[in-house]
Write a protein that binds this ligand. Sequence first.
Ligand code: FES
Ligand SMILES: [Fe+2]
Length: 260
Amino acid sequence: MSGLTSVATYRRRVGASLDRVWENVHDWEHLPWLHHESFRSIALEDSGDFGWRARIGLHGAAQPEIRLELVLDEGECYVSRTLEGPGATSEIWTRLFPVDARHTDIEVEFLLPDVDPGQRQALGDAYVGLYTLLWDQDEGMMQRRAWLLDAPRVAANPPQPIDLGAESALEGRLPVRVSYAGRLVAVTRLEGVWIAYDALCPHMLGPLDASEIADGRVVCPWHGYAFDVRTGRGCDDAKKLRLTPAPTVVVRDGRVLLSR
Ligand code: FES
Ligand SMILES: [Fe+2]
């Protein structure tokens, strides 16, 4: 840390267990998706027990890029080091303090090179603002995952068909989200055909129903994996994944029904 100046320390309690937080720390893929306002792209160079190293695109007219490594340190601690690009040599140290099964305290210290004393406060405020947003977004993802991992998602008995309502009434509020057989399902109309698809991303349970469908594909907002909602097949990087089969949509007498 020599030659670096601490410009701020950010502390907060996040509503997630230490396991969920560590999972999030290792999850490099979510940066340009969950945090798309802050990061433009990511290309992994290496990952392992040490942590990970990647090239990360930032927003801006010059399309800046940094090379960053996230390295685990002793105990519940890790450091993000900017190796190349804007802010090179800066270090962000994060310490984790487990509170209970659903909460973890964090402490994040921002250490920068060549800090003009007159700029220190403004730099510190900017980092705290950025990390407040990043941790808000991470907390939302971690809490949803924890809730879904804890909740039983398969109904004991096969459900009866569900009447979703008149076609004309549904048109204006698609996709419709509905719980069927203990799973969250999205129902929509694609090129005139009613379809249902599982709303839980098979990668890490991201909310597929939060994304628009384009060319028959839905792109998960957490890591960007794409799925064909008509076949359930994963596309591109998600080729090995498949959506859980969804119920069938039937239109009878102008009403939309979901059934096995
Ligand atoms: S949860 Fe990772 S791509 Fe959907
Ligand atoms: Fe994150």
